[in-house]
Design a protein around this ligand. Structure first.
Ligand SMILES: CC(C)(COP(=O)(O)OP(=O)(O)OC[C@H]1O[C@@H](n2cnc3c(N)ncnc32)[C@H](O)[C@@H]1OP(=O)(O)O)[C@@H](O)C(=O)NCCC(=O)NCCS
Length: 216
């Protein structure tokens, strides 16, 4: 894509971030799309509604999420604020990126970065992919960029993620991203009519940098 920012995640060296940083800082817009090997990560648009509905309405996608499969109106309500690109300068602001598979030009999923605490420089990552785009490493490919944005642009100290203890694809993904399992909270949440376990994963900025230095 012309003018798009190519993120070389395979590089053994720390990838340059100046262009991402300046794009981010100019009007708090992540203006150029970010390209990975197979994905274009960009902000969400109104025209994504149908493809988002195809993802968020699926019972298998929502199985371990806090919400039930969404109908069109609920997706519309979710999409309106998600199209914004906040500067992540206040607690609980969230940046959501569309992950578009370039080959098919389809919305493979969404990736989110929440600023959970400005004071403590804590962020949270989240990911939701259409089953047709799962099992191919695409979520991991996009999530690495989100971690990089969190550490190198937003300057977070720690990024965590959590999942239902039965959500093994999510747990495996966080492990693949180099996140440590910090806790297995047993039946600490009442979700969809049952007590559920919550597994917490996290990675620190120095662990992220170390992983980049030692990457073969
Ligand atoms: C969580 C979720 C995003 C994980 O997606 P995913 O596609 O399994 O994750 P990855 O991108 O890391 O892909 C990894 C899988 O692709 C396989 N794979 C195939 N080709 C690959 C490649 N070129 N590179 C890397 N992995 C590849 C891996 O072997 C792995 O499969 P495995 O887990 O069976 O071993 C997905 O399950 C999802 O959207 N679930 C519904 C919503 C949800 O629960 N979100 C999480 C809330 S906590």
């Amino acid at each position: 894509m012309a003018g798009a920012l190519l993120v070389q995640l395979q590089d053994s060296t720390m990838p340059p971030v100046n262009s991402i940083r300046s794009a981010w800082r100019s009007g708090a817009q992540l203006s150029p799309p970010i390209e990975t090997e197979r994905l274009t990560l960009r902000t969400l648009r109104k025209s994504d509604l149908e493809q988002l509905l195809a993802i968020q309405s699926r019972p298998d996608v929502a199985r371990y999420l806090y919400w039930e499969p969404r109908k069109r109106e609920a997706v519309q309500q979710w999409l309106a604020p998600a199209m914004a690109t906040p500067a992540l300068e206040a607690d609980n602001q969230c940046l959501t990126l569309a992950a578009v598979e370039r080959e098919s030009d389809r919305l493979a999923g969404t990736l989110s970065l929440f600023l959970r605490s400005l004071e403590h420089q804590q962020g949270e990552i989240g990911f939701i992919f259409h089953p047709e785009f799962q099992g191919r490493g695409l979520a991991a490919e996009g999530a690495r960029v989100v971690l990089r944005l969190g550490f190198e642009v937003v300057q977070l100290h720690r990024i965590f993620g959590h999942c239902d203890g039965r959500n093994l694809p999510s747990a495996r993904l966080m492990e693949r991203l180099g996140m440590r399992q910090e806790a297995k909270l047993i039946q600490n949440e009442w979700v969809k009519g049952e007590w559920t376990d919550d597994w917490i994963y996290a990675i620190l900025d120095e662990e992220w940098r170390q992983a980049w230095r030692t990457r073969p």
